[in-house]
Design a protein around this ligand. Structure first.
Ligand SMILES: Cc1cc2nc3c(=O)[nH]c(=O)nc-3n(C[C@H](O)[C@H](O)[C@H](O)COP(=O)(O)OP(=O)(O)OC[C@H]3O[C@@H](n4cnc5c(N)ncnc54)[C@H](O)[C@@H]3O)c2cc1C
Length: 300
């Protein structure tokens, strides 16, 4: 029988002087070296025996510029890879222009954990249950990645490839994530169902974002992202555009989201329960966004 928590194995802690050195080391040791930031996933995986080949942990959080948040009213927001969840939650620019991101970050674990856990680490970990994946996808996040061949941009839309699987290659280090300005008047809402209110991964997570759009029959455009109901987050774009908005239309959109999901049974919940929760939480999230659009409250 496998021990639940076998304990931390021996490893070497590597602190490179710069990005080039870090990427080179990671590329030269593809099976045995991993980058880390806050370590909240890394050390748990290592302790629990999931990463048996890992010999080197490469600390990339102290490299230049990694801990900065910048906002430009023309170009949007950039969050450095070492920025913690609590920094995201507290940042006045994020709360004002991307309140959905602050709301999602606030739902991650506990206050203490959010002091270490980073937004970019949550994305790179690529858990289908990650709380911030939906908001980052709906805001059109673009990762800045440094690899052995230099920098490149990686849209989040094509980043997630399966549980724990991403488009990153050996040597790649995400240095920041950039978000364009949201559509004017955008309103977002995150609904998370966990086994308890604090510190549990989502059984189902529903992120909704909407904005006024005079070119649609409803006068609005909505987007949904679902967590924990498939190997990667499921995104539904451009919902509720075709007819005037009614509670019945919202019900229908939520039911369609439910039908599109193929969740699995696991310790947190059955597939059947998850499907029903997708419908209920999608209906609730879309309704809250609709209410926000009518009242002008940016994060319902
Ligand atoms: C008790 C507990 C409760 C939790 N609850 C929640 C929860 O409610 N919701 C939730 O979403 N998550 C939860 N988590 C998961 C975790 O806290 C997050 O995923 C966290 O945001 C990861 O950030 P980090 O900086 O700690 O990542 P790390 O552990 O440092 O790294 C995570 C992964 O990303 C890779 N990585 C990190 N940084 C980079 C980089 N710059 N470039 C390339 N790859 C990189 C690492 O190699 C590793 O595979 C919980 C974890 C624990 C231990």
């Amino acid at each position: 029988m496998r021990e639940a928590h076998p304990g931390l194995p021996d490893f070497d802690y590597i602190r490179p002087a710069n990005l080039a050195e870090a990427s080179r080391f990671l590329a030269e040791n593809p099976q045995t070296a991993r980058p880390f930031m806050g370590g909240t996933d890394t050390f748990v995986r290592l302790r629990d025996g999931f990463w048996k080949e890992t010999r080197y942990l490469v600390d990339v959080k102290n490299l230049d510029g990694r801990a900065e948040i910048t906002f430009d009213p023309q170009n949007g927001l950039t969050v450095g890879a070492a920025v913690s969840m609590n920094q995201v939650v507290a940042d006045a620019r994020i709360r004002s222009h991307y309140p959905l991101l602050a709301q999602a970050a606030h739902r991650v674990a506990s206050y203490q954990l959010r002091n270490r856990a980073t937004l970019v680490g949550n994305l790179c970990n690529a858990s289908p249950a990650g709380d911030t994946l939906g908001a980052c996808l709906l805001f059109g996040g673009i990762l800045r990645v440094h690899g052995v061949e230099g920098f490149r941009d990686q849209p989040l839309a094509s980043f997630f490839q399966g549980p724990g699987q991403t488009a990153l290659k050996p040597g790649d280090i995400v240095t920041s994530i950039r978000f364009p300005l949201p559509a004017p008047g955008s309103v977002g809402h995150y609904e998370k169902l966990g086994r308890n209110v604090l510190s549990d991964l989502a059984i189902v997570g529903v992120t909704a974002l909407g904005h006024p759009d005079s070119s649609t029959a409803s006068g609005y455009r909505f987007h949904l992202a679902l967590a924990s109901v498939g190997p990667v987050p499921l995104v539904f774009s451009d919902l509720l555009t075709q007819a005037p908005l009614t509670p019945e239309a919202v019900d229908e959109a939520a039911a369609r989201a439910m039908e599109a999901t193929r969740p699995i049974d696991d310790v947190r919940g059955s597939a059947r329960y998850r499907k029903f929760m997708v419908r209920n939480l999608s209906r609730r999230a879309l309704t809250r966004v609709w209410e926000g659009l009518r009242s002008g409250n940016r994060c319902e």
